[in-house]
Design a protein around this ligand. Sequence first.
Ligand code: SF4
Length: 454
Amino acid sequence: MSELKILEERKQFIQYGNADGCSGMKCDSESLSGAVSQRACVYCGARVVLNPITDAFHIVHGPIGCASYTWDIRGSLSSGSERYRNSFSTDLSEKDIVFGGEKKLAAAIGELAANHNPKVIFVYATCIVGVIGDDVEAVCKAAEKKYGIRVIPVKSPGFSGNKSFGYKMACNAIMELISPYKSGEKRQGVNILGEFNLAGEMWIIKNYLRKIGIQVVSSITGDASFDSISKAPQAALNIVQCAGSMTYLAKRMEEEMGTPYIKVSFFGIEDTSASLIRIAEAIGSQGSINRAKTFARTESDRLEAYLSKFQNNLKGKKAAIYVGGGFKAISLIRQFTAMGIKTVVVGTQTGKQEDYGVISGLVDKDTIILDDANPAELEMFMKQTGADILVGGVKERPLAYKLGIAFCDHNHERKHALAGYDGVVNFTEEINRSMNSPVWQYLKAPVSAKGALL
Ligand code: SF4
């Protein structure tokens, strides 16, 4: 097999660790044409954020193919309604494209209103709707008036930007949903932004906050409902877990509702402890701060003893990370370091300059840092560095298995929690089992020092 050449324009998106704090690295920009980025489209980005609202209805205004992106491949959990597990589509076909799809959309909203008594419907505009120019906003507005329910347009044609833009469009939709309630009084308590309750992680975090005496007003959007999310303007503080998708909403809420925000991360021991203490310091009483410190110390000590059992199995192993946002990558590097594992490749789909600055300070100088990678680059760098495991999402899984290396799903499809102290136990066991499985020795193909298959 011939060696891969990195496209000339892609070289500015790739750096080695400690290279001037990644200050010259290109990121947070459009994908390079022809580079086959791992990013999903604008509509998918918007759906990631809004789908976990458990009693919301989601109408995908477009061809049926866009609607294939459903709860089934996201796996956020609910303590109440299961409505969000259904998807609805206007199923636009050629005739609708020629004559317009507004009537079909109005009829779809009417059908839901008549049969299901919804409180809120999100209407996603997909590529073709952006092309033919259906006035989705006008249809939604008319439906709100007619049925007395919230019908919120999500302006998400796939071609209108990248996945990050979809996050923004979802945040705008949430602002539209909660803005009517912004005049209510503030109370002590936090909103958790950017936690989607995969495998029940929201419940783990809520439980920690309850233990240290911090009240949760609403969650956006894991295990949220129309009623719970409407209370969000009352919170005294927003804590932002998935910074890539939710910093924009946090900023808008700060500007328009006076709600300050802090960024947190509940992945790994160090970041979970630091986040709990920072939340308590930002909003809690002295009692909460003391409780947070005691809880963090007790859990850290417990897990240190637990992790030491895996030391021999994990020490000296190498990890590659390719995830959505910078905050998750940073937490993963820290957790791998605590486990004695070196991060040799790290990249994100939507990381910002400041994220890469932090990353460069955490990794060795020979670690490869890359933004908006494609499968060919990931393959080449994993081979070159001899990574033992890849941490990523559904699109990276086959890549790892084809290369004969272990894989850890740290995205939306997984069924076990990786957040918080509880997550550290699951993560360590999964990494240990996957990395040290005897199966890999039978699958390793010999490669040259430059990554070509021999
Ligand atoms: S890129 Fe366009 S057509 Fe494809 S899934 Fe996204 S919205 Fe639909």
